[in-house]
Write a new protein. Structure first.
Length: 237
């Protein structure tokens, strides 16, 4: 009897430990500085760090112009078209700085929600706010696009991915983004409460883009209503 009880206790403890480990593996993953750079910085500065001057400067040989303290401060506070990246932990900032300045790949832990926040900050916040009270996006043209915490209330996961793939109005297509990254973005935005004035049933005004060939960059001549755009861009307030 004693042996049977002991076996049950040991088996239960082992099962609990394995479940905890599995949950940890699903929730948090070790990523290196290069991956953090891809998630947060490459949309503007490029995977090769060459940027797109003059709006998005090259980060090659950045150590000749800035030290680690200056780079960390700019990541935290933003500058010009670069939004502040307040979602990053100190350790994550340090890993990005080490990669940018010294090409070092230091490993840090990132959970799925953090990964979603990084992808949103690195790819979306030049044109979109996430929620009320966020700083005005520096790259929004004409009517400001809808807040991202609202857009996920208008679409299920598949519909949201379709929007990313098409890139309505002057929004670039994210068709080449891995589905796992799109899932992380959708989950992160869905976790953010919407403001009390929002009513999903009312729908939203937005760019009615004709579905067709993949595009990148601006719609037509950069102004809504030209070429591929069938209606007014943004709105959705």
């Amino acid at each position: 009897m004693f042996q049977k009880s002991l076996f049950i206790i040991i088996f239960s403890a082992l099962a609990f430990t394995m479940a905890a480990l599995a949950a940890g593996e699903e929730g948090e993953k070790a990523v290196n500085g290069g991956e953090l750079y891809r998630l947060n910085c490459s949309a503007c500065h490029g995977l090769d760090k060459k940027g797109n001057p003059p709006v998005f400067p090259s980060l090659l040989n950045l150590a000749e112009r800035m030290d680690s303290k200056q780079v960390s401060s700019q990541i935290r506070n933003g500058k010009n078209a670069m939004p502040p990246m307040s979602h990053l932990t100190d350790r994550q900032v340090e890993a990005i700085v080490a990669y940018v300045l010294e090409n070092k790949n230091e490993s840090v832990s990132v959970d799925e929600n953090e990964r979603g926040a990084m992808l949103v900050s690195g790819n979306c916040m030049r044109c979109h706010r996430v929620k009320p009270g966020d700083p005005a996006p520096p790259e929004a043209r004409m009517m400001e696009p809808p807040m991202l915490s609202r857009t996920v209330r208008w679409h299920d996961s598949a519909g949201f991915k379709a929007v990313l793939d098409v890139g309505p109005c002057y929004m670039p297509s994210f068709e080449d983004m891995p589905d796992s990254d799109k899932d992380n973005i959708y989950r992160y935005l869905s976790s953010i409460p919407v403001d009390s004035s929002f009513n999903a049933d009312r729908g939203h005004r937005g760019c009615r883009m004709q579905r067709g060939a993949k595009k990148s960059g601006r719609c037509g001549d950069g102004r809504c209503g030209g070429g591929k755009c069938g209606g007014m861009c943004g709105g959705g307030r």
